[in-house]
Write a protein that binds this ligand. Structure first.
Ligand code: PRP
Length: 187
């Protein structure tokens, strides 16, 4: 952040109640569609949370999904402590997750440039899954650099810096239950 002595202001963009309502709808939609894709003897859907930002969405979405799931995490990082993507995406999966013939739902907080998901999908597809889909709480289509579209989206947001519900600014604000615009003091 530019000015630590004069803290930025937060302006509410999506209230917590609205997020919870939408998470419920996504849970119903995902449960219905994957119950059609999964055969009777198939192992459960894997919810693959993307750390750190996806932790809160994954926790809520998992409780809104009514079919059996397994939960795994990957760690992806591209921003450092800056407000714009560095363009370099670091992917950490440890230990390796066996995904051969599995149905996987990637659970992300936001699709911004699309670089993070693009790199993750490339890796996941190399592991031979049966089906990979993406669920993102937020989509910022105006920021897209790599062509990629989530299968399930909570809300479309403007090309502004947003925090809360897992999303941070220099590691702060992740715990907020709603989504907020980060405004500079002069705004
Ligand atoms: C953010 C966010 C997404 C990614 C989206 O993660 O959580 O994973 O950026 O941006 P992109 O579409 O431009 O790749 P970040 O790298 O900030 O790490 P964090 O989740 O640990 O905060």
């Amino acid at each position: 952040m530019k000015n630590e002595g004069n803290p930025p202001r937060l302006k509410e963009l999506i209230p917590a109640g609205e997020i919870q309502r939408r998470v419920g709808e996504l849970g119903d939609e995902i449960s219905g569609e994957f119950s059609q894709i999964l055969m009777e003897n198939d192992p459960p859907l894997i919810l693959l949370g993307v750390l750190k930002g996806g932790f809160m969405f994954l926790a809520d979405l998992a409780r809104a999904i009514t079919i059996p799931v397994e939960i795994e995490f990957v760690s992806l990082s591209s921003y450092g402590n800056e407000q714009t993507s560095s363009g370099e995406v670091e992917l950490r999966i440890s230990p390796p997750i066996p995904l051969k013939n599995r149905c996987v739902l990637v659970v992300e907080d936001i699709v911004d440039t699309g670089r993070s998901l693009s790199k993750l999908l490339q890796h996941l597809r190399s592991l031979g899954p049966k089906e990979v889909r993406i669920c993102a709480m937020l989509d910022k289509p105006e920021a897209r650099v790599v062509e990629i579209q989530a299968d399930y989206v909570g809300f479309t947001v403007p090309h502004r810096f947003v925090v809360g519900y897992g999303l941070d600014a220099a590691q702060r604000f992740r715990q907020l239950p709603g989504i907020f615009l980060l405004q500079e003091p002069r705004e």
